[in-house]
Design a protein around this ligand. Structure first.
Ligand SMILES: [Zn+2]
Ligand SMILES: [Zn+2]
Ligand SMILES: [Zn+2]
Length: 370
């Protein structure tokens, strides 16, 4: 068994388990060469990409690493950041931020390595829509293979989706929902067009001999759902009696992103860093990237190697890799110690955004301050 056939078996859609009452019968779908596993609705057949006809270009080592310097923030920036932070909290007093005296600033700058793998995956399913004279082309010629149908991502590294009617798969079938009638009996009145009067409960009389005004003594009233018709337009063919049945191809573009942040020992929880950006030290965009080499921090190099091999293994079987991007950011983290009312307090300023974390801010309720 070659890899492609094996993958086809691995990712073959599960057999359809239950069809609703209005599910189309299997006989409604033609046998389309190259689309044999395609099901109706929902669990669309998943289609692994064919093996490349040409050898895949191997990734090249990245160019020399840039020289980089460690930015640090000034005391003024640190104090301004804390003032902004205090004023953003409705009940925090600004006094500690304004009057606190900074006694120590320590840099705990760290790196974030990010690998993004932009992939394309394709799946098919049988679909139908009311027939209103659309082109009918099934069997005019064999349909193109699912990976031969042109579709282009508008933007790389952004999730997107496109649905395409597969050429040469469209045919016209009688609607299965109404057996080609275009109308279905009304469920509310069981097709009668009227129902037992809800006011007199069908007797035609109220309070002894008084005739029921609601139904004029008939005991029945018109069905409001079908306006007395007893039937309603079929919602599957919208009254057209016929359906255009065709295969839909769904092309899905996904940006698969993984971050690795080197542990910093400042006391700030690293989860906070996912909300901020850093200074980009390195960016490398290629069809397939090569693990970054010679970076001063070996943890970053290891993370790059691990992510790249994981992504290749995970995404090349089930989808087509269109592009990869790896970046290294330096995220500034500063631990600030300051004195307020004779006591020492600590906060963190981090990211290009100068975001503040001050879990132990000393005056979190302005009303009790004075
Ligand atoms: Zn009705
Ligand atoms: Zn009545
Ligand atoms: Zn119908």
């Amino acid at each position: 068994m070659d890899i492609n056939a094996e993958a086809q078996t691995m990712f073959a859609p599960p057999a359809a388990e239950s069809h609703g009452p209005s599910a189309p019968p299997a006989s409604m779908f033609d046998n389309m060469p190259g689309y044999e596993g395609t099901l109706a609705g929902g669990g669309g057949g998943f289609l692994p990409p064919p093996m490349p006809a040409h050898p895949v270009p191997q990734p090249e080592p990245a160019p020399e690493q840039p020289h980089w310097n460690i930015p640090s923030i000034t005391e003024e920036t640190a104090q301004e950041a804390l003032k902004l932070y205090a004023s953003s909290k409705c009940c925090y007093s600004s006094a500690p931020a304004k009057d606190g005296v900074i006694t120590n600033m320590e840099a705990f700058n760290t790196y974030r390595y990010r690998l993004e793998t932009f992939t394309e995956s394709r799946s098919t399913e049988w679909s139908h829509e009311p027939y209103t004279g659309q082109p009918v082309d099934a069997y005019a010629q064999p349909p193109p293979g699912p990976w031969d149908i042109p579709a282009k991502a508008v933007n790389f590294f952004l999730n997107d989706k496109q649905t395409i009617k597969v050429p040469y798969t469209s045919s016209v079938k009688s609607c299965h929902g109404c057996v080609g009638m275009g109308r279905k009996p009304c469920k509310d009145c069981a097709g009668a067009g009227n129902k037992v009067c809800w006011v007199c409960n069908g007797s035609g009389y109220r309070h002894g001999d008084d005739r029921c005004h609601h139904c004029s003594g008939r005991g029945r009233e018109n069905c409001t759902r079908c306006h007395g018709q007893g039937a309603m337009q079929c919602d599957i063919c919208r009254g057209k009696q016929q359906l255009l049945v065709y295969i839909n191809l769904t092309v899905k573009w996904t940006n698969n992103s993984n971050d690795y942040v080197v542990e910093q020992l400042s006391g700030l929880n690293s989860d906070n860093l996912s909300q901020v950006s850093g200074k980009e030290l390195f960016r490398d965009t290629q069809y397939l990237v090569y693990p970054v080499m010679g970076f001063p921090d070996p943890a970053v190099v290891q993370a790059a190697q691990r992510f790249i091999s994981e992504h290749q293994g995970k995404f090349s079987q089930t989808s087509r890799i269109l592009q990869q991007r790896q970046t290294i950011e330096l995220i500034p983290v500063t631990r600030v110690t300051y004195l307020w009312k004779g006591k020492s307090h600590v906060y963190f300023v981090y990211g290009n955004e100068f975001k503040v974390n001050a879990d132990n801010y000393p005056a979190t309720c302005c009303c009790t301050l004075m």
